[in-house]
Design a binder for this molecule. Structure first.
Ligand code: ATP
Length: 151
């Protein structure tokens, strides 16, 4: 078993679909690295960085919300399958920092506005805040070689 069939899908697009070597992802239970032959699991994702490795190439992505599923190989295929369904996912080079910063500020204001008045709008704003923060963190880390985001 040498490869992983990997697919990451959001409500808008298939963000990446490829044969890869490994993937590192943040789950609610901590960071995991999935290699070919990994046991089947389903885990909730935490917002943040996801790293795909393929033939010596490293592909960093920002993800928010959703689930990762590791499935056993199909009969005769000899490939572990990793499926991610996420609320949002972009490769680091696709992230528009200005758009993310504006979305972050908009979401912060909406959280403030709705925190005691509208639970649904507050939850939407919180999710938008997390998406923007994840994009900002990942873009900054790779723009400056930093490993963390300072507000
Ligand atoms: P915004 O408020 O800026 O629209 P959002 O978090 O509401 O941000 P989403 O609903 O998560 O946006 O995403 C809508 C689409 O726009 C997706 O295809 C997503 O990949 C893309 N997108 C959103 N923000 C960015 C960004 N900062 N850089 C690159 N693509 C983005």
């Amino acid at each position: 078993m040498t490869k992983i069939h990997f697919e990451i899908t959001t409500p808008e697009k298939t963000a990446l679909k490829d044969e890869i070597d490994s993937i590192t992802v943040q789950t609610k239970d901590g960071e995991i690295t999935i290699l070919p032959g990994h046991i089947p699991i389903v885990s909730a994702l935490s917002s943040g960085e996801l790293i795909v490795r393929r033939e010596g190439q490293v592909i960093p992505m920002a993800v928010s919300g959703g689930f990762v599923e590791v499935k056993p190989s199909l009969p005769g295929e000899n490939k572990t399958r990793v499926i991610i369904l996420a609320d949002a996912a972009e490769r680091v080079e696709e992230i528009d920092m200005k758009q993310a910063q504006e979305a972050h500020e908009r979401a912060r204001k909406a959280m403030e506005e709705y925190k005691n008045t509208d639970e649904v709008k507050f939850a939407d704003a919180t999710a938008a805040f997390e998406r923007a923060l994840s994009r900002i963190k990942v873009a900054r880390k790779h723009a400056r070689g930093k490993s963390s985001f300072e507000e």
